[in-house]
Design a protein around this ligand. Structure first.
Ligand code: RAM
Length: 346
């Protein structure tokens, strides 16, 4: 084979390996822009608005005039296990190059994901993974290493209640992959029998469904049911804001410490007035930012999201896809409290 033929063949292989077919300049063959979808757990959750702002920031850098990419933020009103299916199907129908999705279930979307990938759409789980169903997605963008979250949350609670007393967990939905991973990690950690947690007792796990009203009702019920309750860990931004509000209006913040994972912009008021002593989070916009650069690497450099592969994500630097298909935005959660109010920017 002469050199020209070899080069032609190589070019063809790259195009096929990339899934959908692209014309020069990154536009999809047949005209139109490259479509990037972000499907959050549900609309109306400010956490996912923060995450979405990262997609927009990266697109501003890579495609300032909006000529090449189209970003679509769409999703269900409520975070039930199957409520995202119709949005995935519509995106694929509309020629999505990549769908970033904070899946509401570990496995209920597998068949839909398989179908999308067969039709050339990349499926990237974002903000979490789908444990046990990893073969149904292309990669997962994680906010942090999830194995550090359970212990980090327990230690935070321990510090606030002097490592002693009853506490409860206010979670989101019963199917949420991220929530369930962290709740289980906390249970496992407590079950190990470490002396550190010997006097701390997890009395209940309740579910506010990432809805402010239900989260408020669940928090109220915890206070009534457990008069000796010392603290509540809400590893959900919706749950912790609702719980802190209850602590504020009931005036119980001195004896019941509300912590968990919060959105700094929502929690500022509660940290300033002492309704919550502090909480943890990571950098949600960084996840979206990284996602856009991942797609751009694929479009411009024939990047394939396989374990071991690396790509450059603009000002955030280089990232590697880990052996389990995950990309870690950061390693561990960060503490937000009255000492770093200047960091409460998203
Ligand atoms: C909630 C969601 C999300 C979680 C954050 C911390 O808004 O449940 O999945 O990661 O909080």
């Amino acid at each position: 084979m002469n050199l020209v033929k070899k080069l032609l063949l190589l070019g063809l292989c790259l195009v096929i390996a990339g899934g959908a077919v692209f014309a020069a300049g990154g536009k999809q063959a047949g005209g139109g822009k490259i479509k990037i979808y972000f499907i959050p757990k549900n609309l109306g959750n400010p956490y996912f608005v923060a995450l979405g702002s990262g997609f927009e920031a990266a697109l501003k850098e890579l495609d300032p005039n909006g000529e090449k990419y189209e970003y679509i933020f769409t999703g269900p009103a409520t975070p039930e296990a199957t409520s995202q299916i119709e949005y995935i199907e519509a995106a694929v129908q509309n020629g999505a190059k990549a769908i970033f999705i904070a899946a509401n279930s570990n496995d209920a979307l597998n068949a839909t994901f398989d179908d999308a990938r067969r039709r050339g759409t990349r499926i990237y789980i974002i903000n979490q993974d789908i444990p046990g169903s990893e073969s149904h997605r292309d990669a997962a963008i994680m906010p942090v290493n999830f194995d550090t979250v359970g212990v980090a949350q327990l230690d935070l609670m321990g510090g606030y209640i002097n490592w002693e007393g009853e506490f409860a967990i206010l979670s989101a939905t019963t199917d949420a992959p991220d929530q369930n991973y962290w709740v289980q990690s906390m249970r496992d950690e407590l079950a190990k029998g470490s002396p550190k947690y010997a006097k701390m007792k997890l009395v209940d796990v309740v579910y506010g469904d990432d809805q402010p009203e239900k989260s408020t009702t669940e928090m109220e019920a915890l206070l009534t049911k457990y008069p000796n309750l010392k603290g509540v860990i809400a590893p959900t931004t919706v749950g912790i804001a609702a719980a802190a509000k209850v602590a504020q209006t009931r005036g119980v913040a001195d004896r019941v410490k509300v912590t968990g994972l919060g959105l700094p912009s929502e929690m500022k008021e509660f940290v300033v007035d002492g309704s919550s002593p502090g909480f943890q989070l990571w950098d949600p916009p960084a996840e979206g930012y990284l996602g856009v650069y991942l797609v751009d690497a694929e479009v411009n450099q024939g990047f394939t999201p396989a374990p071991g592969a690396t790509f450059k994500a603009g000002k955030l630097g280089e990232y590697k896809i880990l052996p389990n298909g995950q990309i870690l935005t950061l390693q561990t959660p960060k503490l937000f409290d009255k000492n770093n109010l200047q960091d409460f920017v998203y």
